[in-house]
Design a protein around this ligand. Structure first.
Ligand code: ATP
Length: 339
């Protein structure tokens, strides 16, 4: 169960996957579960950061205490302080009754701050102070309240880039980033897709839809910009359209093309590319070789810029992931683009 603003998850979180990346995260969760150090979970939207935070809590000695989640991007900036620290009655218009904040609610347990990069700078200073002193004050009160909370934060944006923009405090980042868990994009671990599909179909009510091998191979070759969340929605769509049915490659293609962000539909044809200025030198050229070395140079540069991330490089080059892999194989380009 997603506990965006709640406490006490009622179900055990399951981190499905047999890729090395997920196996490593699972091991790290076991190793880190009893540490008190703050954890920063990074990774693209929908990649499973929330699941990891819940699992980290459930595997820890804090498991009998609350897991409290707060999505910093979902709360209006002027309400964030009272959401985090609580308020006294009459502290501001509309504060009719005193209320404990998320820090107090998480006492003994884990506070999960999702999308922490969206927190306004003024709140970042207050969060830093609370983490350093382990004491909070409700809005409208000066009474210090001691809290014993393990902080887990997640972000889908690059907080170092946010620091460079002046939008995030570096001292807070170092306070949060004691232990870092990095969730990879789903496209970088396609071997997890069959297990995830089986896991999501098993969770749905009604006669389960099944996927044949060709359909699974097709799913494994998709870019999944929305990551596991998008795959989960896809499985739900398949089940809704074909309850108890079998999905082959044709059906999977049709389901993928149905209003999926993976394959956006065009209502108007794309404009024709602008004409190229004449670049043809005098004399004969070997066009094939020129094009192939240009292709190689662009791919190597994209791979180096992304630290070897296939999905990110493919996106930058406007290619399908599988097409990029194919080209790398053909042009003998090693995984990180380095010679
Ligand atoms: N490895 C996994 N095993 C099982 N379910 C998963 C896994 N990863 C993600 N999910 C499911 O996919 C959905 C999205 O995952 P989650 O909310 O954890 O992603 P997120 O990275 O926190 O996204 P956001 O950045 O948008 O908050 C959830 O329904 C979650 O249960």
């Amino acid at each position: 169960m997603k506990t965006r603003h709640g406490t006490f998850p009622t179900q055990l979180a399951t981190l499905v996957g047999n890729s090395n990346a997920i196996a490593n995260i699972r091991n790290e969760i076991e190793t880190l579960a009893d540490s008190h150090a703050s954890v920063l979970i990074t990774g693209p939207s929908g990649s499973g950061k929330d699941v990891v935070a819940q699992l980290l809590h459930q595997r820890s000695r804090r498991a009998a205490h609350p897991f409290v989640a707060l999505n910093c991007a979902a709360v209006a900036p002027d309400l964030l302080e009272s959401e985090m620290f609580g308020h006294e009655a009459g502290a501001f218009t509309g504060a009719l009754k005193a209320r404990a904040g998320r820090f107090e609610a998480a006492h003994g347990g884990t506070l999960f701050l999702d999308e922490v990069g969206d927190m306004p700078l003024a709140m970042q200073a207050k969060l830093l102070r609370a983490l350093e002193t382990r004491v909070v004050e409700r809005v409208g009160s000066m009474l210090p309240i001691a809290v014993d909370v393990r902080l887990c934060a997640a972000t889908s944006i690059n907080l170092f880039a946010a620091i460079d923009r002046g939008a995030f405090r570096s001292d807070l980042l170092y306070r949060l980033d004691v232990i870092r868990l990095v969730m990879p994009a789903l496209a970088d671990r396609p071997e997890d897709i069959p297990l995830l599909v089986a896991h999501f179909t098993a969770q749905l009510p009604g006669p389960a839809v099944t996927f044949d091998d060709d359909a699974l191979a097709l799913l494994m070759a998709q870019p999944w910009p929305g990551n596991v969340r998008e795959l989960k929605n896809f499985v739900e769509r398949a089940q809704a359209h074909h309850p108890g049915g079998r999905i082959d490659a044709d059906r999977a293609t049709r389901l993928l093309h149905r209003d999926s962000p993976t394959t956006p539909r065009r209502t108007t044809p794309p404009p024709p590319p602008p004409p190229l200025p004449s670049m043809l030198p005098a004399g004969n050229i070997d066009l094939k070789t020129i094009l192939s070395s240009m292709e190689q140079a662009y791919i190597v540069e994209a791979l180096q810029a992304s630290g070897g991330a296939i999905a990110a490089s493919a996106k930058r080059l406007g290619l399908q992931r599988t097409t990029l892999i194919e080209k790398m194989r053909r042009l003998h380009i090693p995984p990180h683009g380095q010679a």
